[in-house]
Design a protein around this ligand. Structure first.
Ligand SMILES: [Fe+2]
Ligand SMILES: [Fe+2]
Length: 241
């Protein structure tokens, strides 16, 4: 992950000032930059991710600005060829596994977390980790990173066979339409939703005969344990860790 060195605050966005986000950074400027780097179809997906991210941020009571920035920027390097992503990752000092080198496209998140530091001066940990971790997840995800990961996989154009079980896990069997109502928001299960997403993604890769990144397995096992621990705990907190 990228290192934080800038602690300016943001005000131009109209949202709560946040450390590591330049004061003059406007969301519109970010959107225009992203639009210039991706196809129209990809931009529509990114906008959809930001829409879901906004709802989830509100529901989980996490800061909206880092979530929105991470959502808008998460796929900003997705159109870069795998070979170039590998070169860029090395130039940023990232250590790459054989799996990373064979599947360079999965580096679009981690590489973007460095590119946006250079482009916009963003050093906020939540924004950078949200961008970096959106594809494979991580065992050390912050609540904001979890929200970004889920927003990406729950974006409206994804197949319902994928999104419905994840919404169901997130809302503990509730109706997603009621998200952002107090009774729903107090009962969300971020970890359960990430476990379900991990299971579905891994099952899909197995079905297609594709390789599974070891990190994806680690993340799945981490959230399996987290959910088991939740179930044995006497009280379960809303928007669980
Ligand atoms: Fe992505
Ligand atoms: Fe995405």
């Amino acid at each position: 992950m990228s290192k934080s060195k800038n602690s300016k605050t943001s005000s131009s966005s109209g949202l709560t000032p946040t450390d590591g986000i330049p004061a003059d950074l406007e969301l519109d400027k970010v959107k225009k930059w992203v639009r210039s780097r991706v196809t129209a179809k990809r931009y529509k997906h990114i906008k959809g991710v930001a829409d879901v991210g906004k709802r989830l941020a509100k529901a989980c009571g996490v800061e909206e600005l880092p979530v929105l920035l991470a959502c808008w920027l998460h796929d900003s390097c997705k159109e870069i060829k795998a070979t170039e992503l590998i070169t860029m990752a090395r130039s940023y000092g990232m250590e790459l596994s054989t799996m990373d080198e064979r599947n360079g496209h999965i580096l679009h998140g981690p590489v973007a977390s460095y590119v946006v530091q250079e482009q916009f001066g963003i050093t906020n940990h939540d924004v950078l980790s949200g961008i970096s971790e959106h594809t494979l997840g991580a065992t050390t995800m912050t609540r904001i990173s979890k929200v970004v990961y889920l927003a990406d996989i729950l974006e409206a154009s994804r197949p319902e066979a994928l999104t419905e079980p994840i919404w169901n896990a997130l809302t503990r069997g509730g109706d997603k339409v009621r998200l952002n109502t107090p009774e729903m928001d107090s009962n969300l299960d971020l970890d359960g939703a990430i476990l379900k997403a991990s299971d579905l993604v891994i099952a899909h890769l197995l079905e297609k005969g594709k390789a599974i990144h070891p990190k994806a397995v680690d993340v799945r096992n981490h959230f399996l344990e987290a959910v088991k621990n939740q179930e044995t705990a006497s009280s379960r907190e809303p928007c669980s860790q």
